[in-house]
Design a protein around this ligand. Structure first.
Ligand SMILES: [Mn+2]
Length: 350
């Protein structure tokens, strides 16, 4: 296991120097943030990230994310240009030593929550999703000024309405076709660049606002891996995203896909399912619904040796900053992850 930590670049309040002091820290997980989605990242920007990361004593091996342009997901004629740009980014990242690229194939809305500041009983705040709140938001209504956190602010409401309407005409099968088209062109380039592609599951793992979502459960993960049956076509196993559906048995999925050599990156996060949604919780098993030790043990027993990071953290100790990405609770998560892996590795060796 190679412990990693997400860093949002020079604008991040959390510094590389702080991250380095977390015991066992191996890699930074970052991206070039100043280029519009779909365009090519400059070699200079990539080199600067690598230089900053390595100067702080950390490895520059994981990118999260190289985002996929909506035209690719929609299957528009312009997708070929964006796929070529995507491939060029992979070539440049491979040259810079990147070994793993996380991405997702969610239409329009990335991870979706209804409240980023839900106060838990201990006074910490966390990200939550209550279906009742989500149902009150209709992205097709231009007169509504309701928005959800996580929405791409680069869209005007008009543009958002248009793109959502385009997706609503698509079926899940159409989205599968567009994903296959993308993978058939991108995976060979990733393989040549020495990069393992790692798709992130849809978060939450069900359709929202009537849009198709397909990276959601075991059956669909099996189908995904078969689209291009190559070890470079793999997963970011996100426990929090898959874990918000009770049908996803996380230790079982961790064991199965690790044994297949298809998990390249793991996001470890605990969630508590509720009758009308879910809440993100501290990483510790007893704080939520997932058995984190069982998940880690399943990974270790099945030979997993990829990257792991704590996922979203709560805000604790008065910290303020980017929702889900403060320092303190993620550092506690990292320390806990270290403990889980040490115990599981010793148990497996014995
Ligand atoms: Mn995740």
């Amino acid at each position: 296991m190679k412990l990693s930590f997400r860093w949002y670049g020079e604008d991040d309040k959390v510094t590389l120097e702080q991250i380095r002091q977390i015991p066992g820290m191996h890699s930074i997980v970052t991206a070039v943030y100043d280029v519009p989605v779909g365009e090519v990242w400059s070699r200079e920007s990539i080199a600067r990230l690598k230089q900053r990361t390595e100067a702080a004593g950390l490895h520059f091996e994981v990118i999260e994310s190289v985002p996929v342009h909506e035209d690719i997901k929609l299957g528009l004629p312009s997708r070929d240009r964006y796929i070529e740009n995507y491939c060029e980014n992979l070539r440049r990242l491979g040259e810079a030593g990147i070994k793993c690229v996380c991405y997702n194939f969610m239409p329009v809305f990335d991870w979706t929550r209804t409240d980023l500041n839900h106060v838990l009983p201990d006074g910490s705040t966390s990200l939550v999703y209550y279906s009742e709140q989500a149902e009150q938001v209709d992205p097709l209504k231009t007169d509504s000024d309701l928005t959800l956190p996580g929405w791409d602010a680069s869209y005007t409401r008009e543009e958002l309405r248009d793109v959502v309407a385009q997706y609503r005409e698509m079926t899940e099968e159409d989205l599968w076709d567009n994903l296959r088209y993308f993978l058939e062109r991108v995976i060979p380039v990733a393989a040549e660049a020495g990069i393992k592609m790692a798709i992130h599951q849809d978060d939450p793992c069900w359709s929202i606002f009537g849009l198709p979502r397909i990276i959601t459960d075991e059956q669909n993960l099996d189908r995904f891996l078969h689209l291009v049956d190559d070890p470079h076509n793999g997963l970011t196993l996100c426990c929090g995203s898959l874990g918000c559906s009770p049908k996803n048995d996380m230790p079982k999925l961790a064991a199965k896909y690790a044994a297949m050599g298809r998990i390249h990156f793991v996001h470890l996060r605990n969630v508590q399912l509720l009758p009308g949604g879910f809440e993100e919780r501290a990483h510790l098993s007893s704080c939520g619904g997932l058995d984190m030790y069982a998940i880690v043990k399943a990974l270790v027993e099945n030979g997993f040796d990829g990257y792991v990071r704590p996922d979203h953290g709560r805000m604790i100790w008065g910290e303020t900053g980017r929702a889900g990405y403060g320092l303190y609770d993620r550092a506690l998560g990292a320390a806990y992850i270290n403990g889980l892996f040490e115990a599981a590795e010793k148990e497996v060796k014995r």
